[in-house]
Design a protein around this ligand. Structure first.
Ligand code: NAD
Length: 494
């Protein structure tokens, strides 16, 4: 990694950020702004336009005009592909600049940010661009004298509300298939992670995306996000974030135009280690990374460790050693293993969970505290809490911080009961050398993604989505197109 370039970029002032509506940068309708703070040291980084309902409505109107006049939706798929591929190239060419800007705003360690953010976003946009001119419709097996044609049409105006943990990666999971499908988009970034999304939206214009096709409105969720959810002119609403917000979006859709709503709401993912795991040392190392990378702010984080009692103490010791050894600190130092939490609020939330566990008498094996307060940044020691009981808040609610809850089990049935015993169902993992047990567990675990003898690895080619209160619909893979392409039947009498 080019250290002098990183040093130069971190010292570069960030100009005030504006919305991008109808191809033009513009301030909030009332001139309002909000401060973007760097979690690295708590300093003010720049200001963002504090969007209003009028701004959200203007962006939806621009997206609607762009959709209805066919400037994008009406292009040949191969032409959309050409522009999207150029966009992906521009993002990739500026990967380090985007990664550093993103780290300054959201605190993710740079090595991970580079890979998971701009490079992953470019790969995602390429994947959907490459796919769009290979999708076809259907001719149905209709009775003689009739012809049933099934077309796939772009769904219309998409509102995408995204979180702060991986803004470019998660943003591209929505933008890639939506734009390739021919939809127009209004994107609402999180309050604490908007700058890189604004930057790639400018690059989209440079690549030739017509104005109005991709609009970005910054500001507060309960104002801008709520206005998009309540809009009568948004056809599809896609979201990644908390369950509490997800509920509000469903309510707003029901009260307005019954827009389709797709939710990715995180999890409390069980990571189940059996005594017959092929390599307990590897399991400990990978499990530690699965909860502590990006300071635990990962929707599929393996935040509940369930360990077979016969190896419990030894395994917890191994895992705690990895937690203690992890280098936490300046996320722009490539040697850092875990960076800052995204905001003071997220740090406070994580510490609250630990304080409650402490008060309940649970065992804090390592960590538990804020560290490096002298930097002004939002850092927390990787934390392992043992003897957590199934009804504890720490076992049921998503912390979204570097806090691992550990519970022992004795049998396969007990492991399943514990694993499936929360409202969530996003990810899970099983570590075992017994093939039959591995397959049994995959079938019995209620989760959209089950890892076997690994944690956290995945690929764009496979879908990601939750069951139960982790949401509905899928990001990634060709299945993501289902959200952005409507089926239309033409029934013809021959
Ligand atoms: P959040 O759900 O409030 O924010 C996510 C996005 O929704 C942001 O863009 C936000 O501006 C927007 N939003 C907030 N309120 C809204 C509303 N009323 N209407 C429309 N949009 C709204 O999440 P948060 O407060 O940033 O984080 C809280 C918790 O959510 C975290 O601790 C974590 O448990 C969870 N979370 C999950 C993910 C994930 O990847 N699944 C990502 C971020 C947060």
């Amino acid at each position: 990694m080019d250290l002098s370039r990183i040093a130069a970029l971190r010292a570069t002032p960030v100009p005030p950020a504006l919305h991008l509506i109808d191809g033009a940068a513009c301030p909030a309708s009332d001139g309002g702004t909000m401060t973007a703070r760097s979690p690295i040291d708590g300093s003010a980084l720049t200001t963002l336009a504090r969007g209003t309902v009028a701004d959200a409505d203007a962006a939806v109107a621009a997206a609607r005009r762009a959709f209805d006049d066919g400037r994008w939706s009406g292009l040949a798929p191969a032409e959309r592909k050409r522009i999207l591929l150029r966009w992906a190239d521009l993002i990739e060419a500026r990967a380090l600049d985007l990664a550093v800007l993103g780290v300054r705003e959201n605190g993710t360690e740079i090595a991970m940010a580079l890979k998971a953010e701009p490079l992953s976003a470019a790969a995602t946009i390429r994947y959907y661009a490459e796919a769009i001119d290979k999708l076809t419709g259907e001719i149905a097996a209709t009775p003689p004298g009739t012809l049933g044609l099934v077309h796939r049409e772009p769904a219309g105006v998409v509102a995408a509300i995204v979180p702060w943990n991986f803004p470019l990666m998660i943003g591209a999971w929505k933008l890639g298939p939506a734009l390739a499908a021919g939809c127009s988009v209004v994107l609402k970034p999180a309050e604490t992670a908007a700058l890189t999304l604004l930057r790639i939206a400018e690059l989209a214009l440079e690549a030739g995306l017509p104005p109005g096709v991709l609009n970005v409105v910054t500001g507060e969720g309960p104002v801008v996000g709520a206005a998009l959810a309540a809009s009568m002119d948004v056809d599809v609403l896609v979201f990644t974030g908390s369950g509490a917000t997800g509920r509000k979006l469903l309510e707003a859709a029901a009260r307005s135009n019954l827009k389709r709503v797709y939710l990715e709401l995180g999890g409390k993912s069980p990571n189940i280690v059996f005594a017959d795991a092929p390599d307990l040392d590897e399991a400990a190392a990978v499990s530690a990374a699965g909860i502590f990378r990006n300071a635990g702010q990962v929707c599929i984080a393996g935040s509940r460790l369930l360990v077979e009692r016969s190896v419990h103490d030894a395994f917890v010791e191994k895992l705690a050693a990895h937690a203690t050894a992890l280098r936490v600190g300046d996320p722009l130092d490539p040697a850092t293993g875990a960076g800052a939490l995204n905001s003071e609020a997220q740090l406070a939330r994580s510490l609250r969970f630990v304080a409650e566990a402490r008060a309940q008498g649970r065992r804090i094996v390592t960590g538990g505290d804020r560290i490096l307060p002298e930097t002004g940044g939002y850092y927390m020691a990787p934390t392992v809490v043992a003897d957590v009981r199934p009804d504890d808040r720490l076992a049921r609610e998503e912390v979204f911080g570097p806090v691992l809850a550990v519970t022992p089990f004795d049998t396969e049935d007990e492991a399943i009961a514990l694993a499936n015993g929360t409202d969530y169902g996003l990810a899970a993992a099983v570590w075992t050398g017994n093939l039959g047990r591995a397959h049994r567990m995959v079938r019995r675990l209620r989760a959209g993604l089950v890892h076997v003898n690994t944690y956290g690895g995945s690929d764009l080619t496979v879908p990601l989505g939750g069951v139960k209160q982790s949401g509905n619909g899928h990001d990634k893979s060709l299945h993501a197109f289902d959200k952005y392409l409507d089926l239309k039947t033409a029934w013809i009498k021959l």
